[in-house]
Design a protein around this ligand. Sequence first.
Ligand SMILES: C[S@@+](CC[C@H](N)C(=O)[O-])C[C@H]1O[C@@H](n2cnc3c(N)ncnc32)[C@H](O)[C@@H]1O
Length: 299
Amino acid sequence: MPPLAPLSFGDKAYWESRFTDNPEHFDWLVPAPVLLSSIQSALSSSSAQSPEILHIGCGTSELSFHLRNLVSKPMHVSNVDFSLAALQTGNAKEEKIHPSSDPEQHMKWMSLDLLSHQDVVSFRRNTDLYDVIVDKSTSDAISCAEYVTITLPYPITASDIQQAAQKNVDTARVHPMAVLLNNLAYLAKPNAKWLVLSYSSSRFAFMSLKNSEASVIESIEGLEFTDPRLFWRIANVETIDAPEEHQSSHVVGRPAIKLYLYILERTSVEAKIHAGYGQAKLSEKWTGEVAVMADTDLA
Ligand SMILES: C[S@@+](CC[C@H](N)C(=O)[O-])C[C@H]1O[C@@H](n2cnc3c(N)ncnc32)[C@H](O)[C@@H]1O
């Protein structure tokens, strides 16, 4: 029998086991405060009176607890992840540090597989659209995921612009970043900002029109799948030096580790559900919130 493939950063089982075995907080790439001024600027640029933050792949990062202080009420922060263990840790910690019977004083902790259109469609029926999306190394993990098997036409689509389908197929395997961009487009307001901290200088190289040969774009070619570049544009890219304590102190002359902060901006192209997507599927009940919300939030 061939050996089993090792689990990767894109696998739910990997994260569930990691967060179950290590429930203490852990921050990837940088400590949470490094991102706060950029998140604050994104919030200030929003026209919403009480901007809504979607923190994707929150894991057990301290960032959730910093975001809590940047909004008018904690309920305006939605922490999502596909690991229930991570969400339960975060929810329990908030209950302990900030006990309150007022649901507005709690952040939301919700289970969501960002690569599942079913999850995203049902999730949206329970939430507002978001003004700011915060992503600390979650796109990095998702880039390691297997290509996603999708049904065609893809249920989340641009309202008017239909990608010309040259391939007459019902299913296809698509790069996970293409799926992520289109799924998040369905959850974001026009002009919403998506802040992505990544270790990769080429995480969004496919966004450049000159780079249409990138594997992300190649994977959707000829399919009834909206080109994600219609939904998002790169507004800014900054480099950040990883703080000293995240670099090895035993290596002499090692160059500073560079990280990349991408700011993507949602265009005004509407993301809607494809007309062929069944009504029955649209009314399927979403259960993600129930698993992790405080009792008070369920009343
Ligand atoms: C590299 S960790 C970053 C965690 C946290 N943002 C931090 O900075 O410490 C990636 C996170 O993305 C989550 N994740 C990966 N793929 C996901 C998916 N398809 N849907 C939802 N969450 C996912 C993992 O569970 C994990 O919490």
